[in-house]
Design a protein around this ligand. Structure first.
Ligand SMILES: Cc1cc2nc3c(=O)[nH]c(=O)nc-3n(C[C@H](O)[C@H](O)[C@H](O)COP(=O)(O)OP(=O)(O)OC[C@H]3O[C@@H](n4cnc5c(N)ncnc54)[C@H](O)[C@@H]3O)c2cc1C
Length: 412
């Protein structure tokens, strides 16, 4: 029976550990923080949006990005840095801003989304849905401009699952939108999309891992170097000594880039910093039951348990996790303006996280130049959504089993 060390106890590492246990491996999890799920997986938007997966890179995005940069409260901020990662990533991102590339990657991510939905369903008997406030909320994307709304309606809907709603219908189905009815052009609703608490999912899954007979435990320590020799990884160095196994999985979110670098592997990851706000919902508040995306402002609203979670913004400022007060204040203003009665905004908890993004928005799964080193990284804005799908693909690849669909565009 093979022993595997999974590096990283975020949603991706934990799901990887579970699927590898189920595939027959003995698994140890290496996590530098005292608790699992406290990196980017901690306070994200909570969307399990299996069908709203279109990559960030698309035709027209560079022009829109330039306009956003000139808006004081726009969704994008860019701080040019003497950082080759930033410029290389941007160049690759711009090269992918083409309608044909976007369509191809969207199709691939839809397949991954469906596999992830099935993966989450398979976990249900193990991690009960109420342990992480899972709700079949559906997803409503609302448009403020007629132009954006009409462009969205004109896009094909091969699954035939969406519903197109007028502004009045949006408000009738989702009363939390009442304050913005006269500023709405319309909305597109998709059932079958869910919301949940990603951190609570991580904690619940970690508890189940600990009960698994092949789980070897969580080692709390920081991987500082991947040691290699003759095309194989020989161990993971930590301040407390080296750890050894037959195989190793790198699933350390944004920090995977630096760790892979110690073994000479260049991962095309860049941190897209985002913010979230969490506010308690009082008895008389009108919080959204449906998960809402404000398309033009790129703001997500979800009711998670008895809290409103709002997530937004992309700041390209390097690996900086500080809470930018101006950005937080701007987000609070936008939220109050859009859903003034949805929660107690005097008790907002702000948070910032780094989406570990690839230029194509597609995760990187599977083999590396080292025979016993595997990747599950680069989940960008959709790591909670894709975690169960990429974990099952990783387990297939490590056992040399055929994957349910070709993985072109999803490997190193
Ligand atoms: C504002 C915001 C909103 C988002 N909203 C959504 C959403 O609605 N839906 C969705 O699907 N996704 C969302 N995401 C994206 C999602 O949160 C990420 O894709 C996902 O959390 C990435 O998971 P991960 O396990 O790869 O990384 P992480 O959660 O960062 O986990 C990596 C773990 O590795 C550990 N680690 C790092 N380096 C080392 C080391 N050297 N040694 C040992 N351990 C190490 C870290 O401590 C951490 O626990 C959002 C992200 C942000 C920032």
């Amino acid at each position: 029976m093979q022993q595997v060390i999974v590096i990283g106890g975020g949603v991706v590492g934990l799901a990887s550990a579970w699927w590898l246990l189920e595939a027959g491996y003995r698994v140890t999890l290496l996590e530098r923080a005292p608790e699992v799920g406290t990196g980017t997986s901690y306070s994200n938007g909570g969307q399990l949006s299996y069908r709203y997966v279109s990559p960030l890179a698309d035709a027209g995005v560079p022009l829109k990005a330039v306009q956003w940069l000139f808006q004081e409260h726009g969704p994008l901020r860019f701080k040019p840095q003497f950082d080759p990662h930033q410029w290389r990533w941007l160049a690759a991102f711009l090269a992918n801003c083409r309608a044909d590339v976007n369509r191809r990657m969207t199709d691939k991510l839809l397949e991954l989304g469906e596999l992830s939905r099935q993966g989450m369903a398979r976990l249900q008997p193990i991690v009960p849905l109420d342990a992480f406030a899972w709700r079949d909320a559906g997803k409503l994307v609302v448009y403020r401009t007629r132009k954006a709304f009409e462009a969205a309606v004109a896009k094909p809907d091969p699954a035939g699952t969406r519903q197109v709603w007028s502004a009045a219908e949006c408000v009738a189905r989702e009363p939390a939108l009442a304050a913005m009815e006269d500023r709405l052009a319309g909305g597109i609703y998709n059932g079958g999309e869910a919301v949940a608490d990603c951190y609570a999912f991580c904690v619940a899954l970690a508890e189940r891992l600990r009960l698994h007979p092949r789980f070897q435990g969580v080692v709390h320590g920081e991987a500082t170097r991947i040691a290699t020799m003759h095309g194989r990884v020989t161990g993971i160095e930590t301040p407390a000594g080296s750890l050894h196994a037959d195989a190793y999985v790198l699933a350390a979110g944004m920090q995977s880039r630096a760790l892979a670098g110690t073994a000479g592997i260049s991962l095309p990851l860049y941190p897209l910093k985002g913010y979230s706000l969490t506010a308690p919902i009082r008895q008389d508040d009108v919080a959204p039951e449906i998960s809402v995306t404000d398309f033009e402002r790129k703001v997500l609203y979800a009711r998670i348990g008895d809290k409103l979670r709002v997530a937004a913004m992309v700041d390209m400022v390097g690996e900086d996790l500080s809470l930018d007060e101006k950005r937080i204040a701007s987000l609070v203003r936008q939220v109050r303006d859009t859903m003034p009665r949805a929660a107690d905004y005097t008790q907002v908890t702000p948070w910032a996280g780094l989406r570990p993004a690839t230029p194509t928005s597609s995760p990187i799964i599977g083999a590396t130049p080292y025979a016993n080193l595997w990747l599950n990284v680069g989940h960008g804005p959709l790591g909670f959504t894709f975690a169960c799908g990429t974990a099952s693909l990783l387990a297939d690849l490590m056992r040399d089993k055929p994957t349910p669909f070709p993985l072109d565009g999803l490997t190193l």
